[in-house]
Design a protein around this ligand. Structure first.
Ligand SMILES: O=C(O)C(=O)C[C@]1(C(=O)O)C=C[C@@H](O)C=C1
Length: 421
């Protein structure tokens, strides 16, 4: 049985919460001075589905947060999350075990991505925030984790699913996962996983991505017969690779840094990877071409996931992410969207995915309709009344509604190059 997220039955200013993740019986103590508590003793008797109940709690949490702000109470929010937007200057982060500056041989000492076998292991403890990401050290996701939490211990995982589980099983405190790229669009796998798991979005990171073509020292571009990388990275560089006159096959890899590591480990002289300059440095590869992304404004957006939601605020720009479905297909989508438009709430994103439980309905006349799950990001905090009212209205039109998180927007000024010069 799945245990529920923090649902409590009273507004309690002492705010000490004891919660046990599935099967682990651990203790967790909050540090925020004032927090809302709503307990769901038995979700099956709560008058709706677990997700409906979670959405209600998010709305309620927003209401309490706005009351707190009205009465000039201050609160700090969840520990650590404020750092996403407080850090105006970003650096490549010296993360434990990442071994920046190491040559090819020392790559053997780098942490290995977690696999399915690891996630059932006992949780690690330490004062540093542990942040799970998908990929090898040197992946852009690792850089995004460092942007979110500059002193974190970044934990590589070999699949997105493992990163979710690492947080759920208290092996990591946060996960930082890509959800969309300005060129390649949405990373659908993570949208699906957001619904299958019960983690909360507590922040976002927007990372300018600058790709390099990297190979073993001494290799020349004209020697290359194969380019390997993450499919998003391959597609982000397709035109430039053609312009470079490369007569090389493209091959998809799980992540960019993993492709670099593969070349170094197997001493492949006819293969190059598309990856970061940090990956080149970590795995002892040389940069054959820098900035090979087709679009100079190549931006990937990551979400930060946590076991706990954060209390929404109104003193900085917030974004709220929701997922919803309707019983009658897309018919009333315009009504749902107008709930936001009437209240001057900007939509930052809308995405539809096949509805997993009911992908198709057959109409009376025999025609088949596709059924969708919608994902919407809107630019408002759940602490704002207009957002609460919009959500209450949306709830009337939907058969399923879940607030995935209300969190500070990444407001870092646009800086095309992320790599150190
Ligand atoms: O392979 C990596 O380095 C990643 O962090 C993954 C990823 C992605 O999934 O989009 C992240 C950023 C870039 O857009 C390319 C790849």
């Amino acid at each position: 049985m799945q245990s529920l997220n923090p649902l409590w039955n009273s507004i309690d200013k002492s705010m000490v919460r004891i919660a046990s993740p599935p099967g682990l019986g651990l203790t967790y103590q909050r540090s925020s001075p004032i927090r809302l508590s709503v307990k769901c003793v038995d979700p099956t008797n709560a008058g709706g589905t677990r997700h409906e109940w979670q959405s209600c709690c998010a709305i309620l949490a927003g209401k309490v947060a706005s009351l707190q702000q009205d009465s000039k109470n201050t609160y700090t929010g969840a520990a650590g999350i404020a750092s996403v937007n407080d850090h105006q200057t970003l650096e490549l982060v010296p993360m434990n075990g990442a071994g920046a500056g190491a040559g090819a041989k020392s790559s053997l000492a780098l942490p290995k991505p977690l696999s399915m076998a690891n996630v059932s292991a006992a949780p690690l403890h330490g004062s540093q925030l542990r942040v799970a990401y998908r990929g090898f050290p040197g992946a852009y996701s690792e850089t995004a984790a460092g942007k979110a939490y500059p002193n974190c211990e970044a934990i590589p995982c070999d699949q997105f699913e493992i990163a979710f589980q690492a947080v759920e099983h208290w092996i990591a405190d946060r996960a930082v996962l890509p959800v969309e790229n300005s060129h390649g669009g949405s990373i659908h796998r993570n949208y699906d996983l957001l619904l299958r798991h019960r983690l909360h979005i507590v922040g976002e990171v927007q990372l300018p991505v600058q790709h390099c073509l990297i190979a073993l020292p001494g290799v020349r571009i004209e020697h290359l017969t194969r380019i390997i990388s993450h499919p998003q990275a391959l597609s982000q560089c397709e035109n430039t690779l053609t312009k470079l006159g490369l007569n090389a096959t493209r091959e998809a890899f799980d992540d960019t840094a993993g492709a670099a590591e593969y070349i170094a480990t197997n001493n492949l002289r006819e293969t190059a990877a598309i990856a970061s300059s940090r990956a080149a440095e970590l795995y002892g590869l040389q940069i054959l071409a820098d900035g090979i992304q087709d679009d100079s404004c190549n931006l990937t957006r990551f979400v930060i996931l946590s076991r706990e939601p954060i209390i929404p605020r109104t003193d900085r720009p917030f974004k709220t992410s929701i997922a919803f479905a309707q019983e009658k297909g897309t018919n009333i989508l315009f009504k749902i969207l107008s709930s936001f438009a009437f209240r001057n709430i900007n939509l930052a994103k809308i995405e539809s995915r096949p509805h997993r439980n009911q992908p198709i309905t057959v109409a009376d006349v025999g025609s088949k309709n596709f059924e969708y799950m919608f994902y919407v990001d809107f630019e408002a905090s759940m602490a704002e009344e207009r957002a609460q009212n919009a959500m209450a209205e949306v709830q009337e039109f939907t058969s399923f509604l879940r607030v995935l998180g209300s969190y500070p927007m990444d407001m870092t000024p646009w800086k095309p190059a992320i790599e150190e010069s």
